[in-house]
Design a protein around this ligand. Structure first.
Ligand SMILES: Cc1cc2nc3c(=O)[nH]c(=O)nc-3n(C[C@H](O)[C@H](O)[C@H](O)COP(=O)(O)OP(=O)(O)OC[C@H]3O[C@@H](n4cnc5c(N)ncnc54)[C@H](O)[C@@H]3O)c2cc1C
Length: 315
């Protein structure tokens, strides 16, 4: 059967993976298949968004962990012999990818920022960030299957096409698992998700004390934006929740406008704002690295500059 397979537990992410999966399948002259957790309604969507085949994983009881499906996926992969398997680089996606790759003896490249098929050499070329985001590593994966995890929102969702036909089938139930889920606790979120925000005001260590966050909040209000922060603000000072930390160990944002105030622009932070359309910053140190990443910059004390910006924006 071969093909490019995507495995996803999430509707949006499955359509993102299908976007790149379909493009690669076309280049490779093969078909695209989607393996989904029980979501029959979404299976049809996957077909219209590029899947030639959708395999529905069996429903699991509340005591069965998602990993119970591994033997079922392995069985299909052994029969189907895919060239490439893509998963989202979410905590569960990464876990599943590692478990599958070990059992399939696959070549797995994690957190790919780009993946392409070189039609000349007939190889898959993947890119990922290395050395804390300071370098881009290029990996040529010659193993079969090749596998990759891709961070959510790396690709846009696939565009639907009317009239696409595809086969939808149910996969068999998994054998009993040695692992039983005793309790599930949802991690309480302290802040709203800013990964899709159109305007982000990011607070860095240039803010001297927690009370001064008011300045950033007023600026965010003036530009109808959401507040984000650097790691020290969230993890060392605990002035803002960890969910708002932007960068390598936090979240990636891709706003139309990123406004950084008192942010030095270390590579681990800049990694998280690479996809911002416009980057504007205020920093009192003209040599701060953030100016290299910025489209617009003001060298000045944020305590002088930001109130003036707010009053101009309010006019
Ligand atoms: C493995 C690893 C992962 C990491 N992951 C992340 C991550 O995901 N996200 C992240 O942000 N960091 C991350 N870091 C930390 C990162 O290296 C930096 O230390 C951090 O981003 C610096 O935060 P900052 O810019 O707020 O602080 P600082 O580097 O201290 O910079 C403060 C800036 O404010 C300016 N400033 C000071 N006062 C004023 C003022 N009054 N007006 C205007 N400007 C002023 C200063 O000139 C300075 O440039 C990571 C580090 C490691 C090692």
């Amino acid at each position: 059967m071969s093909g490019v397979w995507i495995i996803s537990e999430n509707r949006r992410q499955s359509l993102e993976l299908l976007n790149i999966g379909r493009q690669l399948a076309d280049k490779m002259g093969t078909h695209a298949a989607a393996l989904l957790y029980q979501d029959r309604e979404h299976a049809g969507d996957c077909v219209s968004h590029g899947a030639d085949e959708v395999m529905l994983l069996p429903p699991l009881s509340s005591e069965q962990p998602a990993e119970s499906c591994i033997p079922v996926i392995l069985e299909e992969a052994k029969k189907g012999d895919p060239e490439l398997i893509l998963l989202s680089a979410t905590p569960r996606g990464k876990n599943m990818a590692a478990l599958l790759a070990a059992r399939l003896n696959a070549g797995l490249v994690s957190s790919c920022t780009q993946i392409d098929y070189d039609e000349g050499s007939k190889t898959l070329v993947m890119e990922r960030l290395a050395y804390g985001g300071a370098a881009v590593q290029k990996a040529v994966c010659s193993a079969r299957p090749a596998m990759a995890t891709i961070p959510p929102r790396t690709y846009e969702t696939a565009m639907p096409k009317t009239g696409r036909q595809g086969n939808i089938r149910e996969l068999p139930s998994p054998p009993p698992s040695a692992i039983k889920v005793i309790e599930r606790k949802v991690k309480a979120k302290e802040a709203k998700d800013i990964s899709e925000a159109r305007v982000v005001v990011c607070v860095g260590r240039g803010i001297e004390k927690a009370e001064d966050l008011t300045i950033a909040r007023q600026l965010a209000e003036a530009v109808s934006g959401s507040i984000g922060c650097t790691r020290p603000i969230a993890e060392e000072l605990h002035w803002l929740p960890e969910e708002l930390c932007i960068g390598l160990s936090g979240i990636q944002v891709k706003p139309d406008l990123y406004l950084g105030i008192g942010v030095s622009g270390q590579v681990q932070h800049v990694t998280g704002i690479r996809n911002a359309k416009v980057i504007a910053v205020v920093n009192k140190d003209e040599n701060a690295p953030i100016f290299k990443a910025a489209d617009f910059g003001i060298v000045g004390d944020l305590y002088d500059v930001v109130p003036k910006l707010i009053s101009e924006l309010k006019k």
